[in-house]
Design a protein. Structure first.
Length: 310
């Protein structure tokens, strides 16, 4: 349990932001508006934004007055905002791979279109990843509808008592039990117990749901990013889980409290979860152990050339 460390607030002699916020969106105009409003209110300001929209053509909303106003406000405050219509849909792993290909920043912040952030959330995440030099820092998206659903049996949190370090494991030794601590409103209940004075607590994770995770971009690329997306059908889940497994092995990662992240409770865009990217974990880990990662597929560049709107 430590106090937050200083962090870089402004761009210094560079046109690149320190963080690229990468937002996949599909059919959630209200959710995207909430996310963009949350970004406008962040105390940390050195970030740019890339939005990749896969909404059906007859339901598009990037040009709606609500979204255009929020994008204009963010640009007015100095943030570069790049938008794409990225179709056809080939699954969330491909969507995240595309977003990663648009980034050049030191850190990439994957932020889904169904969360609300407190103003200091991004600053807190950055402070931790800069201090720990780990692969990722995540904030679990909590469900406010579960505030009265206290689950002591799921709150066996494992705190980092020292620096965050790599945690080698394979498919037979995944620390699945850690997932329960991020369920429902558990992070909020644990926050009440563990951070009464505003400290930032780092804890061990199996993964943090992809709604709000900050990655070291070079470390993410070093484990292959989402370059394996073509090995899965379009309907799949777990793409953010397997990359976090790989990063935990090589560089370490953590969740933090306070999480400052609230799930909007919108219906999932991935109802068919019969295929999960975690089935690739052992193969990807073996490839990593052998010193190689899969080449980044470029079919989205050939099949759907796009001109970014900035």
């Amino acid at each position: 349990m430590t106090q937050d460390v200083p962090f870089l607030l402004l761009k210094v002699n560079s046109t690149l932001a320190l963080i690229d916020v990468l937002i996949p969106t599909c059919g959630r105009k209200t959710g995207l508006a909430v996310v963009l409003a949350s970004l406008l209110g962040q105390t940390f300001v050195d970030f740019d934004i890339v939005i990749s929209d896969q909404t059906a053509d007859d339901e598009v909303y990037l040009d709606s007055i609500e979204i255009r106003t929020l994008i204009a406000a963010l640009r007015w405050r100095g943030h570069r905002v790049e938008t794409h219509r990225h179709l056809p849909r080939r699954g969330m792993a491909e969507q995240r791979a595309f977003l990663l290909s648009r980034s050049q920043a030191h850190y990439v912040h994957y932020l889904d279109d169904d969360v609300l952030l407190e103003p200091e959330t991004l600053a807190r995440m950055l402070a931790v990843i800069q201090e720990e030099q780990c692969g990722f820092v995540g904030c679990a998206a909590t469900g406010l509808d579960y505030l009265d659903d206290v689950r002591p049996h799921e709150q066996g949190i494992e705190l980092w008592q020292g620096p965050v370090v790599p945690e080698p494991f394979d498919g037979d030794s995944i620390p699945w039990h850690r997932q329960h601590v991020n369920n429902a409103a558990n992070p909020l209940h644990l926050e009440q117990q563990l951070v009464p004075d505003g400290q930032t607590v780092r804890y061990k994770v199996a993964w943090v749901g992809g709604a709000n995770v900050l990655f070291d971009r070079e470390k993410l690329l070093a484990v292959g990013g989402f370059s394996w997306w073509s090995q899965l059908p379009p309907e799949h889940a777990g793409e953010e889980v397997v990359v976090q497994f790989l990063l935990l092995n090589r560089y370490g990662g953590c969740g933090i409290l306070p999480c400052g992240t609230y799930h909007l409770g919108l219906p999932t865009n991935v109802p068919d979860r019969r295929r999960n990217a975690t089935e690739l974990f052992d193969t990807l880990l073996e490839r990593l152990d052998q010193g190689s990662t899969a080449p980044q597929p470029r079919s989205w560049q050939r099949l759907s050339p796009e001109t970014p709107h900035v």
